[in-house]
Design a protein around this ligand. Structure first.
Ligand code: UDP
Length: 329
């Protein structure tokens, strides 16, 4: 019998795309989300329980009542600049809550654990490209909070028969190609979202944070991955663990990057307008260049990206912003 998958943060941006794919293949799903940044209407499948991951009595009840055997843990605070301004929030939400969840998992004998980690655990890798063996050296509280969580998960896997897949996301962007869900975060700080908001006149200008980086055009380079391709990775990871695969850590990106200026050019191309752009100073905690080496995930999970194209990413992001805008009118 296939048991239920608990998806924490399943009402959020990435979690909701994973719930969509799990639902489409008829998995039993329970979502736990406190709706602090997520939206109930983004949960397209399964049952939604509104509550905190750190609430152990609630989590214990969910694990028992829904016969959960696999946990996918997305719930977290995820904004680098905010983590610098308010580190306690990040250690509380990301480290303390994860530890509480792991305590419940141990007690319930959870066998499979898939964790949303981040390329921010690498900080600035030499040469800008990170393999999974690149030494971790986070340069902001967000990255540190995720790295501590990785260690906690690894230690629990060593102590029990739980196995984990730690997925280190690079820059996630775009939205459901069918337009049902997307990045709805209020006051988002992510480049592609803001650039789309500027294109649609929701925000009056886009700041480029740093034009003096040691990159070809002076702006920072990131590896942008479409959220649907990232969501697919989670299903492959779950299957891998269910088939008895060993605990692993894998980078999630495409293996190539774009600069801030290249992203702006893509939004201008797709939308067919010029963006109001201003050049600003560097943002604290930003590495100049962060790209995934993706050999391991392609080999281990047999993953093949379907949407590896910047204009496709931008057009789905733009379509979602248009939908949000129409809903506000
Ligand atoms: N960025 C920018 N203007 C913005 C938002 C982001 O120039 O309004 C830059 C940011 O400095 C970084 C890149 O775009 O170099 C990606 O930032 P984002 O916040 O999207 O993701 P992060 O890499 O911080 O996770």
């Amino acid at each position: 019998m296939v048991n239920t998958v608990l998806v924490t943060g399943g009402a959020g941006y990435i979690g909701s795309h994973v719930v969509k794919l799990l639902g489409e293949r008829k998995e039993r799903i329970v979502v736990l989300d406190n709706l602090s940044t997520g939206f109930a209407e983004s949960v397209l499948y399964g049952e939604l329980v509104v509550g905190d991951v750190g609430d152990q009595a609630l989590v214990e009840r969910i694990l028992r009542e829904y016969e959960v055997d696999s946990v996918m843990h997305f719930a977290a605070a995820t904004i680098v600049p905010e983590s610098i301004a308010d580190p306690v929030k990040y250690y509380t939400n990301n480290v303390c809550a994860s530890n509480a969840l792991l305590g419940c998992c141990r007690q319930a004998g959870i066998k499979q654990f898939v964790f949303s980690s981040t390329a921010a655990v690498y900080g600035q890798p030499a040469g800008g490209i990170a393999t999974e063996d690149t030494p971790e050296n986070p340069i902001n509280p967000y990255g540190r909070s995720k790295l501590i969580s990785e260690w906690m998960i690894g230690d629990l896997c060593s102590a029990t028969d739980m196995r984990s897949m730690i997925l280190r996301y690079f820059n996630v962007a775009g939205s459901d190609p069918e337009g049902r869900i997307g990045q709805s975060t209020i006051d988002a700080t992510l480049l592609i979202k803001i650039a789309c908001e500027v294109a649609l006149g929701k925000v009056d200008r886009l700041q480029i944070f740093g034009t003096d980086y040691p990159t070809p055009d002076g702006t920072a380079i990131r590896d942008y991955i479409h959220v649907n391709d990232l969501a697919t990775i989670h299903l492959l990871a779950l299957d891998y663990l269910r088939e008895g695969g060993a605990s692993s850590t894998l980078n999630c990106g495409y293996g190539h990057g774009y600069s801030v200026r290249q992203v702006i050019a893509a939004v201008e191309r797709v939308h067919g307008s010029r963006l109001n752009v201003v050049e600003s100073s560097r943002r604290a905690g930003d590495p100049p260049n962060l790209i995934a080496n993706t050999d391991a995930i392609r080999k281990q999970l047999h993953w093949h990206p379907q949407l590896d194209d910047l204009d496709t990413i931008v057009s789905t992001a733009l379509a979602w912003e248009e939908k949000l805008l129409a809903g506000m009118e």
